[in-house]
Design a binder for this molecule. Structure first.
Ligand code: PRP
Length: 192
């Protein structure tokens, strides 16, 4: 069995940074000077939410919190049932909340979190994803803010992993299949 290898770079670090700045401008414009709670979805969004928060105007009242979520299912097939592994440490009631995802594919994670947070009566609830694969959607969810649309390939780097590796890469790159016949978008993870 061949080792997987990181292949073609899809977005360089500067292209990611430019997308983060664009998203921050849009989020700040909609915030209208009111306090904002960014909720990063771990682990994939760990770098994105950190960079997004720092790209927002220093004058804005910005808080950062995290959730962690995972889908039930085996390593190759997500069942669409999402469970919460870690909740926020602060209440979201009455707050202007933005869920921050690294990538939206099927949309199950965002759909689950949107329902969970909406029930907690925030003042507003928006969602922001750095990367989008709208052609993989199996739910009705539509992120409020989308940074970059990615090709139908397994992408690693800038928080995204392959079997927990490659999150640390400062760019986003395709990864070559690690086993014969494994050509799906996200090997060993979310593709149904
Ligand atoms: C990834 C990603 C999103 C979710 C998107 O998380 O970070 O949260 O999948 O997929 P969906 O739209 O099909 O629900 P993953 O479960 O791989 O965990 P990780 O962030 O800890 O790597």
């Amino acid at each position: 069995m061949a080792e997987e290898r990181v292949g073609q770079v899809v977005f360089e670090a500067e292209e990611i940074a430019a997308a983060v700045r664009r998203l921050a401008r849009a989020i700040a414009a909609d915030a209208s000077g009111e306090p904002l709670l960014l909720v990063g979805v771990l682990k994939g969004a760990l770098f994105f939410v950190a960079d997004l928060a720092r790209a927002l105007p220093p004058s804005l009242d910005v808080r950062v919190d995290y959730v962690a979520a995972a889908s039930y299912g085996d390593s190759h097939r997500s069942s669409g049932q999402v469970r919460l592994l870690k909740d926020t440490s602060q209440s979201v009631e009455g707050k202007q909340v933005v869920l921050v995802e690294d990538i939206v594919e099927n949309g199950w994670t965002l759909q689950y979190l949107s329902g969970l947070f909406q029930a907690r009566r925030p003042a507003s609830l928006r969602s922001c994803t750095l990367l989008d694969k709208p052609y993989h959607r199996r739910t009705e969810v539509a992120p409020t803010y989308v940074g970059l649309r990615v090709p139908d390939a397994f992408i690693v780097g800038y928080g995204l992993d392959y079997q927990e590796k490659y999150r640390h890469l400062p760019y986003l790159a395709k990864i070559a299949p690690c086993a014969s016949g494994e050509t799906r978008g996200r090997p060993g993870n979310k593709e149904a």
